[in-house]
Design a binder for this molecule. Structure first.
Ligand code: E4P
Length: 217
């Protein structure tokens, strides 16, 4: 399973990259705004910097919602770096844009997926990734993990190449359950990834080893 970090924060991206387990980055307009980035030049430069820091696929989301504007914006984003994956919202014009980019050989990530039908449509249109939002479904008392399972079955039935990129991750358990179901990728905030490290018995065991190591001289 691939690990992407879900942030536009350069320090966190660098920290995850330095860990040696990072396979890519996802961003969205809210995450970019959180970093205080504003204006076209600043946005394009920020994506360029992310591509310089992190290896792997970097999802850059279009800000527009019409077909014509999305393809113009996506072409500009894709020109920044070969690792850029154009992130397109799950709307009717988005499906047309996915098909346009697929025909052109530009890779895409279809975002805001909340149903198996949406994932199926995006895969049919040639999306390289679909991003089902687990946490936001859980927030409204719908089991997000069921959606990952449904999409896994459908994509396996028809051998779609589209990868399931589980998004809106809120906890280490989300990551583990995604791995059990067979999501191809998780994109997560850094703290949920780092929380996978923790176990009290590891801390206790290490404290004992460190104490005993001193006796060894
Ligand atoms: C996915 O690509 C989105 O950027 C993200 O995972 C959304 O997460 P949130 O629901 O925590 O905002």
């Amino acid at each position: 399973m691939k690990f992407f970090i879900d942030t536009a924060n350069l320090e966190q991206i660098k920290e995850a990259q330095d860990l040696g387990i990072l396979d890519g980055v996802t961003t969205n307009p809210s995450l970019m705004a959180k970093e205080g980035i504003s204006g076209k030049e600043a946005i394009l430069n920020h994506y360029k910097t992310i591509c310089e820091i992190a290896d792997g696929d970097i999802s850059a989301e279009v800000l527009s919602t019409t077909y014509e504007e999305m393809i113009k914006e996506g072409d500009e984003l894709a020109a920044i770096h070969p690792n850029i994956v154009v992130k397109i919202p799950m709307i009717k014009d988005g499906i047309k844009a996915l098909k346009y980019f697929s025909n052109k050989g530009i890779r895409t990530n279809c975002t805001l997926i909340f149903s198996a039908g949406q994932a199926l449509l995006a895969a049919k249109a040639g999306a390289n990734y679909v991003s089902p939002f687990l946490g936001r479904l859980d927030d409204i008392s719908v089991d997000g993990m069921n959606l990952i399972e449904e999409i896994r079955i459908i994509f396996d039935n028809y051998m779609f190449d589209t990868e399931i990129l589980a998004a809106s991750i809120r906890s280490p358990m989300h990551i583990i359950n995604c791995a059990k179901i067979g999501a191809d990728v998780i994109t997560s905030p850094l703290d949920s990834i780092l929380n996978l490290l923790n176990h009290p018995l590891t801390d206790k065991g290490l404290a004992q080893f460190v104490a005993d190591a001193k006796k060894l001289g």
